[in-house]
Ligand binder design. Structure first.
Ligand code: HEC
Ligand code: HEC
Length: 192
């Protein structure tokens, strides 16, 4: 009897796992099972803000943020609750140090300065004022600390061509930044 009972329970667990595909499997091929993906083309999700991620996933699903259809297959398997729990799963993973941090100490120092102080003379606000003291982000501004430089760079370009309608503030901020400013923050943020 006891054995049969356990078998039924085991079957129920298996069925539940099938009904709700796990984020590590659904998303891990691109982002890494723990959200600390090594490929610089895919953003790291470990420790990223849950509310922010949920919003971005809904924008991808509704075709309002261009992801070149990267999420079409994965999002087809998730309802709203599944999207929320996938975001919660990655938000709860510990961000690992990013080995690809900038190597030039001058650039890293310039990036740190811009992050903390901005460049008020040309209208660049300090990044920390929205993204948090440690670049950890909040419900509206994403975590930047430890993110891959190639991804950050692609997004700083995207703000220019307005593919992220929720990023009105960033579109204005990027216009105030020089090429050197962008190089500096790209050197600083991954190692933050
Ligand atoms: C086929 C590869 C692929 C899969 C699978 C995938 N993603 Fe992504 N994801 C991407 C790419 C590429 C981007 C960057 C899109 C862009 O350029 O704006 C991205 C961006 C994101 C972002 C925005 C990050 C940010 O900092 O703005 C979130 C959140 C995200 N993915 C979550 C997920 C979740 C959760 C899953 C699983 C349900 C998933 N992704 C599955 C490729 C993938
Ligand atoms: C006034 C608030 C504010 C300030 C100041 C600010 N940001 Fe942002 N930033 C945001 C918001 C909000 C988003 C998310 C936009 C969205 O939802 O599409 C964002 C997104 C980003 C992203 C995209 C990250 C991702 O995961 O896709 C990058 C990169 C970024 N900011 C860099 C910076 C840098 C560098 C600075 C300082 C020079 C800065 N930000 C200052 C509000 C701000």
């Amino acid at each position: 009897m006891k054995t049969a009972g356990w078998m039924v329970l085991g079957w129920m667990w298996a069925a539940a796992a099938l009904a709700a595909p796990r984020p590590a499997e659904l998303c891990g091929s691109c982002h890494g099972a723990d959200g600390n993906g090594a490929s610089p083309q895919f953003p790291r999700l470990a420790g990223q803000q849950a509310v922010y991620m949920e919003q971005q996933l809904l924008l991808f699903r509704d075709g309002k943020r261009d992801d070149k259809a990267a999420h079409r297959a994965a999002l087809a398997k998730l309802d709203d609750a599944g999207i929320r729990s996938a975001a919660a799963y990655f938000a709860a993973r510990a961000p690992a140090a990013n080995a690809a941090a900038g190597a030039d100490p001058k650039l890293v120092a310039a990036g740190a300065k811009l992050f903390r102080e901005g460049n008020l003379a040309v209208g660049t606000p300090p990044c920390f004022s929205c993204h948090g003291d440690r670049g950890e982000g909040n419900a509206t501004a994403p975590r930047l600390a430890g993110q891959h430089a190639a991804y950050l760079q692609s997004q700083l370009r995207v703000f220019d061509v307005s593919q992220r309608p929720a990023a009105a503030e960033m579109q204005e901020i990027v216009k105030t930044m020089s090429e050197d400013d962008i190089k500096a923050v790209l050197a600083y943020l991954p190692g933050m």
